[in-house]
Design a protein around this ligand. Sequence first.
Ligand SMILES: [Zn+2]
Length: 197
Amino acid sequence: MVVGATGSTKYALEATSADDLWLVFGLAAHDMQSSDLQAVSLAYYLHIGRVMIDKWHTRFMEMAKLVSLWSKDPSTKTGGVIVRPDRTIASVGFNGFPRKIADALEFLNDREEKYKRVIHSEMNAILNARERLDGYTLYNWPGQSCSRCAVHVIQAGISIVVSPELDPNDSFMRRWMDDMILAESLYREAGVTLIHV
Ligand SMILES: [Zn+2]
């Protein structure tokens, strides 16, 4: 470990457990000036804040995963959760046919026919919401939005999108990879914050 205010601050920011942080505090208290201690304390609180935010991302991502299971799509089940800035839930959605359109297996099992009828989870979450979504956060499971959803998410005013990391080894993501990369570039251009968990 690097000892000294800068090194310890960096270590505190990168620490992954409370035990690691207490170790930094111990070294800081032993070796440093009070100004250095302040720097490490700040890093400590930034770290705790980051851990808290990560916990909420994990919770809502687990919820998006749960919602995805409601889908009747035999190939890919996707889920979306739209969350207000105060961490209450505004809306959820999964991929499926519109209300009053039968979930007929002959169409669910025929990709061409399915694509004509299906509403993606992001779009369903937007359409299910009963309020404006400016500044809200969208959680996507199991991958990133497609480009068509991305333009609608942008237009709805959603400002943060949380999704799993793009993974070429995942068969679903591999099928959509080029479009997900385009979606991410559209999100970036529109100033939407992307978070991968
Ligand atoms: Zn989509």
